[in-house]
Design a protein around this ligand. Structure first.
Ligand code: BEZ
Ligand code: FE
Length: 270
């Protein structure tokens, strides 16, 4: 970020916050309560959780206005770079008997003219059936339900994972206390996280949500957009199970990504 912009933005933030405090006659006690909550989030290991719930969707929407390809979605606090690079057929790393229904997440990655984009890195991560993210929440194996795969020559990708449940924000930490004070619930609807990386178009971050899922209308992070909701299709016929070599029903979701010059611009600015 350029020094001029840092100065302009920070000075405006300072002015805006001072106006806000005057408007509400904020007391010294209230001011200290607020700074304590911010400190406690870090001590409780909640790092960006509080901010991502309240502000990341708005920042993402600002970016989406300048974007011509598929919309971006919030990253959330649980992305970890360097997930295992997988080999086809792609299966996210998971426990031997990972709980949860089997899910195939697939789609195509194309440019705005509909041309296939091969070799796009597709970095996927999701919560397990207890709503826990590996490398974040204790008790989960390293890199569980995280991995990087690549589109083929037709821009096609597919990875096997599980259908995650809605994610519940920790209730007992400082972020939970703020949500309780506001009378809000603690849930995000079920979702898969994905980052796409392409040599020319750069990186984009997205999420897919499942049509009909709980909390789509009341996501605690207010981050759901209609364009990101996909059909969760259940397959249970003998033929479909045989085609996948499975002996129990499975689910499939497809999301096609369009990468655009806006992604290119972002890559050039890095
Ligand atoms: C998530 O997408 O996992 C997430 C986003 C914001 C806050 C907490 C979790
Ligand atoms: Fe998430």
């Amino acid at each position: 970020m350029k020094t001029d912009r840092v100065k302009a933005v920070l000075e405006d933030l300072e002015k805006t916050l001072i106006e806000f405090m005057r408007k509400h006659n904020i007391t010294h006690e209230e001011y200290r309560m607020a700074t304590d909550v911010l400190l406690e989030t870090v001590k409780a290991g909640e790092e960006s959780l509080l901010y991502d719930i309240f502000f990341e969707a708005a920042i993402t929407e600002i970016g989406n206005k300048a974007r011509e390809g598929s919309p971006e979605a919030i990253e959330g606090p649980f992305y970890i770079p360097g997930a295992p690079r997988l080999e086809p057929p792609y299966v996210l790393r998971q426990r031997k008997n990972e709980a949860g229904d089997i899910l195939f997440f697939n789609g195509r990655v194309v440019d705005r003219q509909g041309r296939a984009l091969p070799n796009v890195e597709v970095d996927v991560w999701s919560a397990d059936s207890d709503g826990l993210y590996s490398n974040i929440h204790p008790g989960t194996p390293d890199w569980n339900l995280r991995g990087r795969l690549y589109t083929d020559s037709n821009g096609w990708f597919e990875v096997r994972t599980i259908v995650p449940p809605p994610y519940e924000i920790p209730k007992n930490g400082p972020t939970g206390r703020v949500l309780t004070a506001l009378g809000r619930h603690f849930f995000r609807p079920s979702h898969l996280h994905v980052k796409l990386r392409h040599t020319q178009f750069g990186e984009m971050t997205s999420q897919v949500y499942f049509r009909g899922g709980r909390y789509l209308e009341s996501d605690v992070a207010n981050a759901v957009r209609d364009e990101l909701i996909v059909d969760l299709i259940r397959h249970d016929t003998t033929e479909s199970l045989a085609s996948r070599g499975l002996d129990k029903p499975y689910y499939e979701v497809r999301y096609d990504f369009v990468l655009s010059a806006a992604n290119q611009l972002a890559a050039a600015m890095e």
